[in-house]
Design a protein around this ligand. Structure first.
Ligand code: GDD
Ligand code: MN
Length: 371
């Protein structure tokens, strides 16, 4: 019998939830020819190994183990594109999504009356027991109205990670999906050209079975990045734009630190003094600004590859400092050469800054936040 439905389960450190997820799918999908695809980003807890073990006993279970990459959205896309099933669902592997909704969702999509079935935490009749953090979506009216503008459809839960659609719907426009962040459903709905007919299924959003959540960014930030990515991402890549914006704020931080320093320690240089207040202040300011950039880029620009823990952070900081010092040399060098060739100082300085930033971005994306 050919496979009818693929259930894509992105995982990161979900080892203890794998076997029980398959048991529940098996129970919920009696009579359906299904397969489950775990897309695991090389979880340190050995989720991939566990999934392969389950797969040995049950060939309906498949595993994609990705090396050197992180990201829920891109994992979901890869999983969805890896199946021959005509219909595909995405759901969380931590038991927060109830597999018992799958048969009804499948009916809706297979009937041809709907293109997308979405399990919603906020539709009439839904409930949630997910303690531990506020409902990010409900709290944000901005997010909902932006979602409506993007997709042209009123969605009660645009950030839902539990949905189903025909694979062909996705495949036609898959090359235009951005895969950035966690807004996968929205990304699909906004990217696919045709107006999609949506059926929502109120769900009970359960508490996580074991382990912890990996998503911590605010929904508003998520949306802004998503919007930028759609509209300008092709001209200036989203990550570079974030990196550049943070760099620009870093300049302000630098000036503020330098200003404060001069206020406190400034004054005419004393004879025989080894370093001037300006030199010391400039050094402090550069260190603070550089650290500020490192922290923000780690949290935002590279949130999908974020370094955590003292040693990785310290190593990353050192590498970032090294990268930036070369970038600064390139910046000054390029500007100096341009001025010598008769270019005006300001355009020369700007060119130096751009060259230095591109260098910093290119190198740190591999060297600091690479794998
Ligand atoms: N492959 C992969 N890579 N999987 C990931 C990654 C990643 O970087 N990050 C998270 N996952 C997996 C988790 O293992 C889990 O199966 C699922 O994606 C959801 O991740 P959680 O960390 O449990 O997310 P959540 O419960 O905080 O967020 C839920 O609500 C969001 C909206 O508020 C999810 O349903 C999200 O899909 C949803 O967008
Ligand atoms: Mn979860």
């Amino acid at each position: 019998m050919s496979v009818q439905l693929a259930v894509v389960l992105p995982t990161y450190n979900e080892r203890s939830n794998i076997a029980s997820m398959i048991e529940r799918l098996d129970a919920a999908l009696a009579g359906v020819a299904w397969e489950a695809i775990f897309v695991d980003d090389n979880s340190p807890d050995g989720t991939s190994d566990e999934a392969r073990e389950v797969s040995q006993r049950d060939p309906r279970v498949r595993v994609i183990q990705r090396i050197g990459r992180r990201g829920l959205a891109s994992a979901a896309i890869e999983g969805m594109l890896s199946t021959a099933a005509p219909v595909v669902a995405v759901m969380d592997a931590d038991h927060q999504h109830d597999p018992n909704l799958l048969p009804e969702m499948l009916k809706a999509v297979e009937s041809g009356d709907y293109d997308v079935a979405i399990a919603s935490r906020f539709a009439e009749g839904a409930s949630t027991e997910a303690w531990g953090r506020p409902d990010r979506v409900k709290a944000s009216g901005i997010a909902n109205s932006l979602a409506r503008k993007l997709t042209g459809v009123e969605l009660s839960d645009p950030m839902s990670g539990y949905f189903m659609l025909r694979t062909e719907t996705l495949r036609a426009d898959a090359h235009r999906l951005s895969g950035v962040g966690f807004k996968i459903l929205l990304d699909i709905m906004a990217t696919v050209d045709t107006a999609l007919r949506v059926k929502e299924f109120p769900m009970h959003f359960a508490a996580r079975a074991t382990g912890e959540s990996k998503l911590d960014r605010t929904v508003v930030f998520e949306f802004l990045v998503g919007l930028y990515d759609r509209w300008l991402g092709r001209i200036i890549p989203t990550r570079f734009a974030l990196f550049g914006t943070i760099g620009a704020i870093g300049v302000v931080v630098h000036m503020a630190v330098l200003g404060t320093f001069l206020q406190i320690f400034g004054g005419p240089p004393v004879r025989g003094q080894l370093v001037t207040a300006f030199e010391l202040g400039q050094t402090c300011a550069a260190m603070v600004a550089m650290t500020f950039n490192f922290v923000l880029n780690n949290a935002l620009t590279y949130s999908d590859k974020r370094l955590t823990g003292f040693v990785p952070l310290l190593k990353g900081w050192c590498k970032f400092a090294l990268t930036c010092s070369v970038g600064l040399t390139a910046n000054i060098g390029v500007a100096a050469i341009l001025v010598r060739f008769g270019v005006h100082e300001y355009p020369s300085a700007i060119t130096g800054i751009i060259v230095g930033s591109v260098w910093n971005f290119a190198l740190s994306s591999r060297f600091v936040w690479g794998r």
